[in-house]
Design a protein around this ligand. Structure first.
Ligand code: ZN
Length: 218
């Protein structure tokens, strides 16, 4: 199996950017794939491209318009506000049905054409936000399905699966890319790069993790 190359599912956010640099450390050749699913914040794709350009990573955007057409959600529709707090039941409205399933499936098709077996994604079960497709059991199940569907052996790697946000900051610190994460990534649901708006759930999670990282590891 060719384990020198890897495809990273890349959004330009904190988690996938940390994974991108983790991949650069472990693989000779890394290709980043972003998906255009009509997300409100077009800046997300620009951020992703800028990070790749600046750090010498091959970058592609795949068109996934269909996703927002099928599954309207607060990340693609201007008329749906992002849930401020996690709902008591069900998934938050930032969850996009089928997103990780589709992204990883398309990433797998892309990878196979290039004789690549390793797919890397920044999903995490630890800071579980109620997203079913971030769970380890889903990733393992999809790995088997992809293998069977294409008669090819994929290895979906999830460096962040069992670590929390503070430990994700620690990983960035160890990889020597704290400044990249702090300044060049976009995690905020309100589309503000770097430190973000400070008020949305993604910003709060990011900031809380950073505080914990500083208290525990510095
Ligand atoms: Zn925010």
């Amino acid at each position: 199996m060719n384990r020198e190359k890897a495809v990273v599912v890349f959004s330009g956010g904190q988690d996938s950017t940390t994974c991108l640099f983790w991949a650069k450390k472990h693989f000779k050749e890394v290709i980043a794939l972003s998906f255009d699913y009509n997300q409100k914040h077009r800046l997300e794709l620009e951020c992703a491209k800028d990070i790749c350009d600046r750090h010498g990573v091959e970058f592609h955007i795949l068109n996934m318009d269909l996703l927002s057409q099928l599954a309207p959600n607060s990340l693609t529709r201007k008329d749906i506000a992002v849930d401020k707090n996690a709902p008591k039941q069900g998934t938050p409205n930032t969850f996009v049905d089928g997103r990780n399933l589709l992204f990883l499936t398309f990433a797998a098709v892309f990878a196979k054409q290039r004789d690549i077996h390793v797919l890397i994604t920044g999903v995490s079960q630890s800071d579980f936000s109620g997203y079913p497709d971030c769970r380890d059991v889903f990733i393992k199940s999809l790995n088997v399905t992809l293998d069977l569907s294409m008669d090819y052996s994929f290895d979906i790697m999830t460096p962040l699966m069992w670590i929390n946000k503070a430990e994700t900051w620690k990983m960035a610190h160890e990889l020597g890319v704290m400044d990249v994460i702090k300044e060049e990534t976009l995690t905020c649901y309100n589309g503000i790069k770097g430190k973000g708006c400070g008020a949305c759930p993604a910003c709060k999670l990011r900031e809380k993790g950073y505080q914990e990282f500083q208290e525990e590891y510095l």
